[in-house]
Design a protein around this ligand. Structure first.
Ligand SMILES: Cc1cc2nc3c(=O)[nH]c(=O)nc-3n(C[C@H](O)[C@H](O)[C@H](O)COP(=O)(O)O)c2cc1C
Length: 163
């Protein structure tokens, strides 16, 4: 494994499922590790999303998402929602709709409901800044770490060589 890939795993984070919905698409969700709080007041999150993901267009149209934090034991969820174009993607887990009709994963540790504010281009991703409009503590447990997922996201092949 490249040194930069190993080094980036030390810049650790939690692992979440970002769920999206809009009027013209059925709901979808994807695994994400590049999600962080970026403001106290208002409470803002930054979500880095690859615009080629099925979820991106749905999110851009629907303007709402939920960020569902996984527990360390939920590796199956991280792997399932880390795949694209899966038939019946939302079949794993119990998803109930939030007040604004975005799915909330009932097995998550916590869930944040967010409103899209703006986006910034960042290399091969778009960073979407969202305002947290609701939060729910759902279950007790220890959060999964990105480093626990090893090469599940294919980062060993995707990270550019440092010149
Ligand atoms: C552990 C892990 C972390 C990931 N983190 C992100 C991320 O932060 N941003 C992103 O755009 N994709 C991330 N992905 C990739 C997406 O989850 C994956 O490409 C997914 O298939 C996209 O689903 P969709 O096309 O149905 O929207 C990650 C995948 C894994 C397994």
């Amino acid at each position: 494994m490249k040194e930069i890939t190993k080094a980036l795993k030390k810049l650790n984070s939690g692992v979440v499922l970002v769920a999206v919905a809009s009027e013209s698409h059925k709901a979808n969700a994807f695994t994400a590790a590049w999600v962080m709080q970026v403001s106290f007041n208002p409470v803002l999150l930054a979500i880095s999303i690859n615009p080629e993901h099925i979820s991106y267009d749905i999110f851009k149209e629907g303007r709402r998402c939920t960020v569902n934090v996984l527990a360390e034991s939920q590796m199956e969820f991280a792997a399932h929602y880390g795949q694209s174009g899966v038939a019946d993607k939302m079949s794993l887990g119990t998803w109930l709709e939030s007040d604004s009709a975005v799915p909330v994963l009932q097995e998550a540790l916590v869930s944040f409901e967010c409103q899209w504010l703006n986006e910034v281009a960042a290399g091969d991703h778009q960073v979407v800044i969202c305002e947290v409009i609701a939060s729910k503590i759902l279950n007790e447990g220890v959060a999964m770490l990105y480093s626990d997922t090893e090469n599940m996201d294919g980062s060993a092949e995707l990270v550019a060589e440092i010149k």
